[in-house]
Structure formats: C-alpha cells, structure tokens
Design a protein. Sequence first.
Lengths: 70, 439, 299
Amino acid sequence: MRCGLLIASVLLLSGCAHVGVQPWERDVLAKPEMSLDADPLDAAIDDHIYFSKEASSGGRGFGGGGCGCN
Amino acid sequence: MSDTKNPADLNLALAAATCALLGIGATEPVAAAEADTWSFDSSLLYYGESDDRVQDVSAAISAQRKFDDERVLGLSLTADTLTGASASGAIALDRPQTFTSPSGKATYTTQAGDVPLDDTFKDTRFALNASWTQPLARLYTVSGGLGFSTEYDYTHIGANLSLARDFNKRNTTVSAGLAWSQDDIDPVGGAPLPLAQMLDVGQGGNKAGSDSKDVLDFLVGLTQVLNRTTVLRINYSYSDASGYLNDPYKILSVVDPVTGDTLTRTPTAGLQGPTGVYRYENRPDSRVKQSLYAEMKHSFGAPVLRVAYRFMTDDWGIDSNTLETSLRWPLGGSSYIEPQLRYYTQSEADFYRANLVAGQPLPQYASADFRLGNFDATTVGVKFGHKTAGGNEWSTRLEYYQQTGDIPSDQIIGNQANRPQYPDLSAVIVQFGYRFGLR
Amino acid sequence: MSVDPRPISLVYEQDHWVGRFVAMACPCEVLIDAPSSETAQTLARAIANVAWRVEQKFSRYRSDSVVHAINQAAGEATAVDGETTQLLDFAATLTRLSAGRFDITSGVLRRAWTFDGGSTVPSQRQIDDLMPLVGWDKVVWQRPYLTLQPGMQIDFGGIGKEYAVDSAAKLAGSLAPEVSCLVNFGGDIVVRAPAGSEREWSVGVERYDQSGVAREIIKLRRGALATSGDSRRFVLKDGRRYSHILDARTGWPIPDAPRSVTVAADTCTQAGTLTTLAMLQGAGAAEFLRTSGCKFWLQ
C-alpha cells in the first residue's frame, strides 16, 4: 500500500514535464478564486472542526491539531 | 499585437525604439514597488450541535503583510469558547447513570435512555500563528511557521518549514515540508491510568499527572497547471505521533455479557460516585498516519468548480475517504454564491469498541470514543460573498454537518439493540467573514 | 532675453522642493531632492522650458506648431527637422508593433465620437466616411519629407507628453546629475536619480471613481510611471463600456478595457505606450501586461 502510493506519485510527477500553459495564457489561472489557497481562513476553520470530530486531519497542508479537542 | 507576437518580445522592441527616440543608450532599470500593504481576513463562527451537546463560538483574524520582493509575513490569532458536552463513550441505559466528573470532585447524572455526555467544562482557547515566506533563489521559495495555542488543560507549540521549486515555466511546482509539534496535556484531575476504573469523588489513585505528545509531519506536494482553466494539486503526507494520545475524559462502560447492560456499582458509604462500572480508555502511545490528497480547480468561464479527495490510512486500523466539492457561481459583478458538499467515511480503529464486556480479559487498548468509530458524515453548505466598491469582501457561510455511525451487529449485546448505539451527531455552522486591506 | 510670463511656483515641502506650472493643458510639477534653492530653481525652470518647448512645437492646437503646419499642407510635402523625424519614426514603429491599432493619423475620428459618458455612438456610415483619412500606410514618409493625403491629420497626443517627460529627465540628468528629481506632467511621471540613489518618491495612483483618493501607493526610486484611464471619457452602449482609445484599423473603440492602467517602465515613453497598447487589448489587457513582463496596476 505504502509503496504503491509513493510509486504512483513519482510516475505522476515525471509525466508532468510538458503539460501546462505559456506565460501569456495565465489570465484565468490568475483570478483569485482559481488559487488553490483562495480561502485560507475557511480552510483553517474547516480543518479545525473536522479534526475535532473525526479521526483524520490535514492533507491539504500542515495543521490539523494543536488543540485538546481530540 | 500582430496577434502572433509575444508581448514580451513586443516590449523589448518597444524599449529599443524608445532608446532610439530619446537618443540614449540602455537605461538603468526602473525601480518601482508597491508600498507595503497589510491585508486582513476575519471571521466569526458559531458551531452548535443538537441535543445540548457542544457549542463553540470562535473569532479569528489573520493579517498578511507583503513586502516588495515577494516576501510575505502572516500572522493569525484565534479565540474560541467551547461549552456543552460531548459523548463520553459510555453507553445509554434504561436507568439513570451517575458519573464522577473529571476533576474527581463532583458527579453528574445522565437520564435513562440518553447517551451519556461527559461534563465538559467551559473552555476558552487562544491560538497564535506566524508564518514567513520568501524567495530563496530564482525558482525556489522557502516558508516557515510557528504556532502556539493554549487552553485550560492543553498547550501546543509547533514549527514547520517547507521548500518549493518551480519547473516547466512555473506550470509545475514541487514542494516538501516538515512540521514538528509538542503538546502538553494537563487534564483536569490528572491523566487516568490506562483502563483504570472510575472511582468515587475524592478517591485518587487512578490518575497520574500531566503528560505530553510529539508529532512529526512530513509532506510532499505537486501543483500542476493542466491547461488554461484547470489546476491540480496532489499531496502525500506522513505523520508520526507519539506520547500521550488518549482522551483523558473518555470512558467505556463495562457490560454484562448476556444483558448488555452496564454492571451496577454502589458508591462507597458516605461518598458520591459512579453508579456503574466504567473504565477510562487507553490508546497506543504511537500513531503513524499516511494520506494522499488531490484537489482540482476548474473554471467554466465565470463559475469555478473545486473537487478534492483525500484518502487516509493509519496503523490504528482506521481508513478514511473524504470527498469535497464546491461550485463558486458569480452573481452580478461583485457577488457570488458557492454551494458546498462534503462526504466523509471512516472505518473504526482496531481497538475501538462500543463497550467492555465483564468476564473477558481486559484488552491492552480500548476506546469507545465515537470519533474513532465507523461512521459516515455529510456536510451541506452554502457560502455567499460580496465585494464592496472599496475592494473589501463580506461573506457568510451556512453549513449543516451530520455524522451517522454504525456499530457492527456482532458487537451489540442483548438490550443494547433497543437503545441508541452510536452517538450520531448533527451540527449547524454559521460563519461571517470580512476581508479588508490597509496601507 | 525677455522675462517669460508663464509662472513657475517653487516651494519647499517636507524635505524637497516642488516646482509647479501649467503646460500641455495639464498641471505639471517637479519634485527636487536638493538642499539649495538655486539648484531647484535652475532645474524647475529648465524642465518647464522643455515642457513649453515640446508643447509649442508639437501641439496640434497651436498655429505655430510643426504639427499644425503638416496638417495644413493639404497634400503637399512638408520638410521636418531631426526631432520631428525621430518622433515620426517612433510613431511608425508603434503602428507596426501594434499591427495598426495605434496610429497617429486616427485623430480625425474625433469628429464622429463624443466620449462624454453618454451612449451616443456614431453610425457605421459616419465611420466609413472618415476611414479613408486614417492610416499611416496612406502617408508618404521619405525623410525629411512628410506628405499627408488631403484631409488627413496627424497628432502626437498619445506620445507627446511622455516624450516631453523623458526629454526633461534627460536634461535634468545633465544639469544636476547628483540630484534625484521627479518630473510629473499631468500623471506621466519619471524619476531621474543618480545610480544607487536610495531616495523613494511616493506616487499615489488615483482611484478611477474617486479623484483625490489613492487606490495604490507606489514607491518609485528610478524610472517611469504612466497611467491611461477612461474615468471621464467613455461611452456606455448596451451595457458595455467603451474607452476613448480607438482602434485605428476599425475606427471603433475597444470594449471592456480596464478602467485604469498604470505601468512602470524604464522610460515614460515606454510606460505610456504600454498603457495605450494594453487598453487596446480590451479584456485581454491584464494578460497582455502580465506577459510583457512589466510591473502594472489595473483598476
């Protein structure tokens, strides 16, 4: 299981070498709502709520934790 | 602008033409920068579970200051007050039950037929976080952070560091990071000894003092632009927690192997105490988690779709799957509405059990904490936002969270079948947010 | 030498000298980081003279200007001097680089268009009647002789002010090379400073909808800023906003351009041209500027 996850990740990375857009085609990607970190406060709030009510945490980044709620 | 001409080439040709016009050689490059700005994001949140269970009000403010050369300082402060009670892990009975409170100085009683809720005291928590991001070399960015939080019985400090590198005309970013944290737990009344029995008020001996846990997290991530309208992120994380991982307030009922009812107990003469046999939980002192997370954002012209999936597995036997999706739909030029949906499912920990059975040997680890059990959870919500003429943004979010658990039928004994088995949870979440900037 | 009747006020504000005067129909100022009032006076006067000289020579409104003479020639060739030659060559390059969108002969279209915030739009017939008089390809340019077709007009409206700013900066650099100064002709700005100068000049970019309120504060140590905007000059038609900058190929303005574009570049001429070219991209302005590699601010 663990090896599988790691291998899948590496294969994905090597396939990414030529995918993408030219610098002048980034108009849509530059919109704030297209950022993957568009609402950090919402994300932190959600992470905290779900960390205290479920057994999983994080994934998106660091965090999840740091409280006595679980 | 001959529409095949690259604007960067055009700018170079323009610079050359300008130098010719002005009769100058190469100019010194322009040095212009925005004045340092602060931007703020604030929120007020209400979380309320049904049936008088946990209620939480929290306020958070985060500030970000951007410096000239892509360096960013982030600060955030959160305060929340928790009231109410959550399921203690003891099972419901047809008779009232009395428990000794965590402090060991009082008792509380649960009505017949109700799922016992532990006497969670009001608690206020403060958390402070700081982060710093800066470019390291041409395609490298480094960022680090510190965190601190404190509440009545719990203190946390943590630090993280990560490095990111861009490839392929910044279409691909690979990042790797490490986080470390140390938490000190000082439970009210002391940390119970593993699987110790709940005693009468004033009787010590079943609890020790404070304890601590360390967590080390490692994360590698890939962000990839797929095309003009789609971006993808994939993260793999590995987390190793060791130390005191128990919840010091969670208990298990010890039940009769035939009737399934909790064994009765009479408190010692002259003392208040539990009316049943309950034992404090015990979890392993180490937990290794791995997760794989994938998130994609796609723009359909104006609306933006987000889909995220996370798979987690750990050495406690828990596997979980999370699927989230949201669609941000613009309304007019300055507002938007964003319905959100989340579906979560987890399998129970190896040592999770609804209760302990009298007569069977005591296991090394056992917990009836519903958060380690087998359940599905769904969140439905909607967010509405509006940007003012000044560039600030108001938002409001309303969500409903429902958790439905399941105890395998072979674990249900006797009379338990007629009573609520799993402390299903439903909560309403209301959030107000305001984003603004200062110069 | 007669006393020049055009006034230049010179005051010391905060930590620098400010010289103010009017030229090219807009308020102009020079900010000078020098201790002595003599240096400040010399620089302010020299810079004002550049502004007035360029205005007198290249303004289409002045009957003694070169542009007026060219426009009145009605089909005859006009001989022009070295400076005019360079400006005409530059304009021709811009027309080529913009694939014809920018053209100094497009001024005649002013007769059809009124950009007053209303919704009056000329008919295609009115545009068609004027288009034969628009187009650099119709001009005969054989240095040093320029021949316009009868009825055609040129004007340096899009590049004259920026050229004046850069010329003034060049002069300031030779008169007082150790002094950091900011030249501002109606929003087209250049900071001329010695190499390694740490002195920052704060420039406020006005909000397009609230004059006098800064949307952005930019700290300029060296180089130029130019702003192009349509806060007062635009047409609203069918819910779309058309800026006053016309596409010379079609005679029509470009819809959905940003309200205001500010660009930082090494020279004011380059910065000003980039703002014009960006506005000519309409909705694609942000993408155009981002790719060009310059620093910019949009509203």
